[in-house]
Design a protein around this ligand. Sequence first.
Ligand code: MN
Length: 185
Amino acid sequence: MASDSSFQQHEFGVKKHHATRLHYDLRLEWNGVLLSWALPEGPSYCACVVREAIEMPDHRKEYLSFEGVHPTGPIMLWDRGMWVPDQSCKDVRSSLCKGILRFTLCGEKLQGDWVLRRVRGAKNSRPPVWTLYKQADDIAKRYLDRCVLKELPNSVLTGRTMEEIVRDWSHPRNNELQGLLFAEM
Ligand code: MN
């Protein structure tokens, strides 16, 4: 019996990336690659807040857990966990083509139901602009007046701050990791 990957859980990660300016990167693993969006202001748990999400090229899965100092700036693994597309979006590539992806996150910080929606008319803009917003659910209610970015700012991998990631990067144990550095991050 053929396995249907749409009903399995998939890994996701959110990077905090201090490049020219601080932003976040959403990575959803799908069929061996990472679907990627850059979030200039990061995600918001508030269901009434819509955040810009810039579509990026797929990234290699090997980089999902990367944390360290990249030539473009330090990168923190800010959140990680599993995601699953909504029943209505189980054909993920087709949903992306239509410009709407509803999905559930089971991360250490981000949970519940979320929506990525391509901005009307943006399909042919380069890069395509999407929005990311939280569905109104119990988790969104709990965070109504709170900012998850400020309350939980540190790495889920190591608990470190961005400053600590930079400070530790010259440590010899990181030398092997530096071989992983990749211009596309
Ligand atoms: Mn980035």
